[in-house]
Design a binder for this molecule. Structure first.
Ligand code: FES
Length: 156
């Protein structure tokens, strides 16, 4: 049985072949590569540049310009504590602090065991539930900082 790394490599080769010599394909190629690896390792960016016959700096520039692309590994679970006005007024800063304390990382960072990433975010669109935190697709509203450890414990 192929190990996941070999499978990823094979899938990536397939994607490279699909977009070979198509200069306009930078973004879809980066998207598909990120789907395979979960983020965009430097070596992957270099290989994409080679395939598209573009300078590495240009492909790297595209990858850093768009927020959808991630240049570092991300956790299995992404935590978004709302920083919008309604949530701010209701104490979201305390919730974010509690998350950072519980995990020992700051916003924008990923835990060493790749379990969680804290992602900075503006309004999550459910201000009536302020303060709001999302973990993956789950919305947790009307939060207090004391609830944070129990909520995070649910995500293995
Ligand atoms: S301000 Fe937090 S959900 Fe809108």
């Amino acid at each position: 049985m192929a190990c996941p790394e070999e499978e990823r490599e094979r899938a990536f080769e397939g994607v490279l072949a699909k977009y070979r010599d198509r200069p306009g394909a930078t973004i879809p190629l980066l998207q598909e590569a990120q789907e395979i690896y979960g983020y965009l390792p430097q070596e992957v960016i270099r290989r994409i540049a080679r395939e598209l016959r573009q300078p590495v700096s240009r492909v790297f520039g595209v990858a850093t310009f768009y927020a959808q692309f991630h240049l570092r590994p991300r956790g299995r679970h992404v935590i978004r504590v709302c920083q919008g006005t309604a949530c701010h007024v209701k104490g979201s800063a305390n919730v974010l602090e509690a998350v950072e304390e519980e995990l020992g990382i700051r916003r924008g960072e990923t835990t060493g065991d790749l379990r969680f990433t804290i992602e900075p975010v503006a309004c999550l669109g459910c201000c009536g539930l302020a303060p709001v935190m999302m973990v993956d697709e789950d919305t947790h509203g009307r939060l207090t900082k004391d609830q944070v450890p129990r909520i995070l414990a649910r995500y293995a």
